[in-house]
Design a protein around this ligand. Structure first.
Ligand code: C5P
Length: 408
């Protein structure tokens, strides 16, 4: 998906060991369709060479305010004017302190100060030792930078190059790419709190076995990401899947349908939108054995008894808040055939205003899908496309419905 096609990004590097991640970030930006102009401070060039960054961005790197290549000899002015966004990764404690004070004694801080701030967003990906991160001076600077309009991306947590463990690691390149892409999405769900379920559930038979559904969780994760990009506060209740959490999304991991129901009930009172994309198992073993069931030599399988799981979506849709219109509920239906008829019937049965149908076997585990949106008045097809694309279209559709009072 060439999500950044036509975008010109200034990628700034200040000094820090996280510079090694910026090489990969540069590659990802180029792969996403952006043109990338790398700007490095002197300190950054101690960690990674401009040669590497030039090769990856396919453009000479700017390292000095005295770079005389531009005909007007004003690199710091031109750089900011040409950009659709400035992303500084890594943003060191020192660089951010300088930005707070409007200092401009190197080309990177100069261009930040000179950029047309109302048109060119500044994103900062901090990276530093945990003590430096926690220092009141750094935290004070972050608050000021946010107040001045900068987008301060979160930091990661874990092992640091200095041998310590804690907050302050720079996000991974893929997460930084997500943060930048989000910047270009319209904030259609600003102020909304969206709760999403995704993935399968796993219903234990014994400690080593269980029954589950086919579901990679990709569609639900894409919906969570698209809602976050659209400015919503997003909580994702995820069954057992191997997918990274979208940037800025709060994730609650569950295994079984009962756990998913409990997690949803704990969160749903705060939500204004509920999207049930999970493939919840319809049944669970009546009791899960606490020891592994063994073959007893008779050749007969064990008799398993199942009970029906609660319908999480139908339960939420029947709540007072949903019925009053304070909570907008969206269901998903994965069918193998007769999509329209099944989706329509399911929408009525679950009593939700919007149901999203898709052909399950065609999309399980894939990065693409096609959706059929069904409401009380008709249908809308979202043709075959990457799941993130479809999720963004779905989010835009939901936002329109939230803005429009329901038809009588
Ligand atoms: O009934 P069916 O599983 O086909 O309905 C699918 C929709 O209902 C999905 O939105 C799914 O997340 C939701 N669902 C649920 N709890 C269940 C079964 C399905 O929330 N026990």
């Amino acid at each position: 998906m060439q999500d950044l096609a036509g975008k010109h990004i200034v990628l700034g590097l200040s000094g820090g060991i996280a510079c090694y991640k910026s090489a990969e970030l540069c590659r990802l930006l180029v792969k996403a369709g952006a043109t990338v102009q790398v700007v490095m401070t002197e300190a950054a060039a101690q960690f990674i060479t401009p040669v590497t960054m030039q090769a990856l961005s396919n453009r000479p790197v700017v390292t000095s305010q005295w770079d005389a290549r531009a005909p007007n000899n004003m690199a710091h002015i031109n750089l900011g004017r040409e950009a659709d966004a400035v992303l500084i990764a890594p943003a060191s404690a020192d660089l951010m302190a300088k930005l707070v004070h409007g200092r401009a004694d190197d080309v990177l801080t100069l261009l930040c100060l000179a950029r047309p701030a109302e048109r060119v967003p500044l994103l900062l990906a901090p990276a530093m030792n945990r003590e430096m991160w926690a220092h009141p001076a750094t935290q004070r600077n972050l608050t000021q930078l946010r107040a001045d309009g900068a987008v301060v991306l979160p930091v990661g947590q874990g092992d640091q190059a200095c041998g310590e463990t804690g907050d302050g690691r720079m996000l991974e390149p893929e997460q930084l790419l997500q943060g930048l892409m989000a910047q270009f999405q319209p904030k259609l769900l600003a102020g909304h709190r969206v709760l999403v379920t995704a993935g399968p559930t796993f219903e234990a038979i014994d400690p080593v076995r269980g029954i589950t559904n086919h579901s990679s969780g990709k569609m639900g994760f894409a919906v969570a990401r698209a809602a976050q990009e659209a400015g919503a506060e997003v909580t994702l209740v995820a069954g057992p899947v191997h997918l990274p959490t979208p940037l800025g999304v709060r994730r609650v991991n569950v295994q079984s349908a009962l756990q998913m129901q409990a997690a949803v009930q704990a969160e749903v009172d705060r939500a204004t939108v509920f999207v049930a994309a999970a493939a919840v198992a319809d049944w669970r073993p009546a009791t899960a054995a606490d020891q592994k069931l063994k073959k007893d030599g008779s050749g007969l399988p064990p008799a398993l008894h199942f009970v029906e799981n609660p319908d999480i979506l139908a339960g939420v849709a029947a709540s007072d808040r949903a019925r009053r219109g304070d909570l907008f509920c969206v269901g998903f239906a994965a069918e193998s055939h007769d999509l329209l008829a099944h989706a329509q019937a399911k929408r009525v049965r679950k009593n939700v205003p919007l149901l999203v149908g898709n052909i399950g076997p065609a999309t399980f585990g894939q990065d693409d899908n096609a959706l059929l949106l069904v409401d009380a008045h008709g249908t809308r097809e979202l043709p075959h496309a990457p799941k993130l694309d479809l999720a963004r279209q779905l989010v835009a559709d939901i936002a329109r419905r939230l803005a429009t009072p329901p038809r009588a």
